[in-house]
Design a protein. Sequence first.
Length: 338
Amino acid sequence: MAKQTNRAWTLAARPRGVPKLSDFALVESPVPEPGPGEVLIATHYHSLDPYMRGRMNPPTPAAYAAPVPEGGVLEADAVGEVIASNSDLFAVGDYAMGKIGWQEYGVMDARDVRKIDPAVAPISTSVGILGMPGLTAYHGLFEVGKPVAGDTVVVTAASGAVGAVVGQLAKHNGCRVIGVAGSREKCGYVVDELGFDAAIDYKAEDVPARLRELCPHGINVYWDNVGGPVTDAAIDQIAIFGRAVICGQIAFYNATSPPQGPRNIPRMLLTRRARMEGFLVFQFTGKHEEALRRLAGWVQDGTLKYREDVVEGIENSPEAFIGLLAGANFGKLVVKVH
């Protein structure tokens, strides 16, 4: 092996509010060697996703997954090339995706990684539209939101890794789709390139007024990636028997105190006979294979489009992650490592 050193980003300190560069530490160690049944993967791309902010917090009873320990390698799905294998499941030269983390090399149990076929789509998509974000969109929309043709669907963070897929799937299902995004450029992208029917720039427009204008008969499916005032406005417009799908709450990830709860929710759910439901993608693990097969087919035939925001160099991972939490990315954020 030409290189003998592995660089990995670790959690130097638990962030208080918005993460700082000093909360991260880049450490070097020898490239690990795989044991029985394991593979060594050289990372080509690692993902950056908003949920990772929660993994940096101290343990809490409400957490659905264990946090990264201080000094531990930061969590992320990553994809790369198998450069050593002690498993019959993978040969050297295969591509594999798994929870390798923010590091250049990772040893994984071969049973815990997914083989990636680069002939289907670029391997970076395995941490994006053909990975956790795409699966989140697919299962959340069809299993929780349950759209039917003619529904009005409102999607927040509409140009992001999950929201962009949700909106396109809803359109493919015969729905009318309104996106909410954070710039004129992002709004133009979801309408002109992804085919949404309309978009609202929450930074420059009156969101409640625009939702009333665009959704005169109410919102049948509201996809919530953000929480906060946008969600308050959407719930005010929820239709009779509407469904609110709670996927993320990025507006609160850096909060240092409990946010003021939206007081309109109980009343609107009651009077509109509506439903609000949260979900986690691993609820649907048994359905991943079928979902990935369908998503890959739609990517290949052009039904689903995607955009990647690629950051060059693992040394830039923390800065890119901090920008992600502020909405600086445009599309699925990935770091190109090798």
